[in-house]
Design a protein. Structure first.
Length: 402
């Protein structure tokens, strides 16, 4: 008689927030190791939404909410971008009345509802022993809540903005920087042909890393970031001067989506609609800055107006396959997370610090903010990255977590 191999435990994996290249390699790394060590792995779909919407009935069709992962499934997707588990910006502790799943409506009918108890019951229904959420500070902050209520959580940091506290690196950041450099360089030919100022809007709600690193690498003359309220008049003067010095008669500025100039009361939003974490969708600061530069430019260009090319990179930097770093780091992070499972350790965030893989207390995600150290790394007069020496600095210079 054939022996049935017993299951050592069950691991649940989910991806939340915006997609980035590198998520699928992380899912693959965890799954391959776990299956070979005798665990089973459940992929929870659509971030926290899939876990929240599960119907606790063995006969119910929960195929939209979770999937049993196999080597075949993860190998097929493991080298691709995005997340085959899908994602959402769901926050089970703050669910609007109209978004409460149908089978909970009789119990939850407030304007905003906390479905955390249902989430914990669903984890029990699935038999999940360890939960591994992969996400940014919004997604992981709810992971902290679950951990505080007894769930064994091990988190993996992901966000193009690279702003999860406690780690030097978040999955997706390198590909974002690489694409920003490539696409900005591509747009240079048009900017030079028409002798214009190129304004490129990049991601970065609260932290300006995705504008700073490409500028440091030479993709732009200037950058403006969320951490410093800039003077658009001064920015215009600098860009007109940069344009005059350039034999091809153009200049480039990278604008973080969360940047603000003097006189602005708040960030620029595409609409007033907010997600469950209270964030409205950003977008449009590049266009606003472009209009201002065009309007002011004659004062510094002998009375002649300088025309603008305005480009919002948006989803172009988060789509497609991961680069080398976002193929290697997710593989390592996935293995680090499973190492903790094997040791029976939880309540941790896997991290990169000072060039070495490590782990940190999970609540670091909610205990601090990770932002550009303006005094140390940003020249507020020149609107450029500032550094004194590269010696003993992290790989990405100003992204150190300590």
């Amino acid at each position: 008689m054939a022996t049935v191999k017993s299951i050592k435990g069950t691991i649940g994996i989910l991806t939340g927030g915006g997609d980035v290249p590198g998520l699928n390699p992380a899912i693959r790394a965890i799954t391959i190791r776990a299956l070979r060590e005798g665990y089973q792995v459940i992929g929870l779909k659509k971030g926290w939404a899939g876990l929240m919407k599960i119907v606790r009935d063995k006969q119910a069709d929960n195929s939209d909410n979770f999937v049993m992962l196999t080597e075949e499934i993860v190998n097929k997707a493991g080298r691709t971008g995005g997340t085959f588990l899908h994602t959402s910006r769901t926050r089970p502790s703050h669910v609007p009345k109209e978004l409460v799943p149908e089978h909970y409506k009789s119990q939850y009918n407030d304007e905003i509802n906390d479905l955390t108890e249902e989430v914990k019951k669903n984890l029990g229904f699935l038999g999940i022993d360890y939960l591994i959420p992969i996400g940014g500070d919004d997604t992981l902050s709810y992971g902290v809540r679950l951990y505080q209520e007894g769930v064994k959580v091990i988190a993996i940091p992901k966000t193009m903005d690279n702003d999860v506290p406690g780690t030097d690196y978040c999955i997706g950041f390198s590909t974002c920087v690489t694409r920003t450099i490539n696409m900005t360089n591509t747009l240079r030919t048009s900017a030079g042909s028409h002798e214009r100022i190129l304004v490129v809007e990049v991601f970065g709600r609260y932290a300006g890393y995705t504008a700073m690193l490409p500028t440091m690498a030479g993709a732009a003359n200037r950058c403006v970031i969320p951490e410093h309220v800039f003077d658009v008049e001064r920015l215009t003067k600098l860009l007109v001067q940069d344009r005059k010095k350039n034999p091809s008669k153009y200049s480039v500025v990278l604008v973080s989506e969360g940047a603000r100039f003097k006189g602005m009361d708040e960030m620029v939003f595409q609409s007033s609609e907010k997600d469950m974490f209270g964030h409205s969708k950003l977008g449009g600061i590049g266009e606003l800055v472009s209009h201002k530069i065009k309007e002011i430019s004659p004062r510094y260009n002998n009375g002649d107006r300088v025309n603008i090319i305005n480009q919002q990179l948006g989803y172009l930097v988060r789509g497609g396959d991961p680069d080398a770093i976002d193929s290697i780091v997710p593989m390592a992070y996935g293995n680090l997370a499973f190492d903790l499972v094997m040791k029976g350790i939880h309540g941790r965030l896997v991290v990169l610090r000072n060039g070495r893989y490590d782990n940190a207390p999970l609540d670091v995600v909610t205990s601090s903010k990770k932002l550009i150290d303006v005094k140390k790394h940003y020249n507020v007069e020149r609107y450029r990255p500032h550094y004194k020496s590269f010696e003993f600095q992290p790989l990405f210079i100003m992204t150190g977590s300590i």
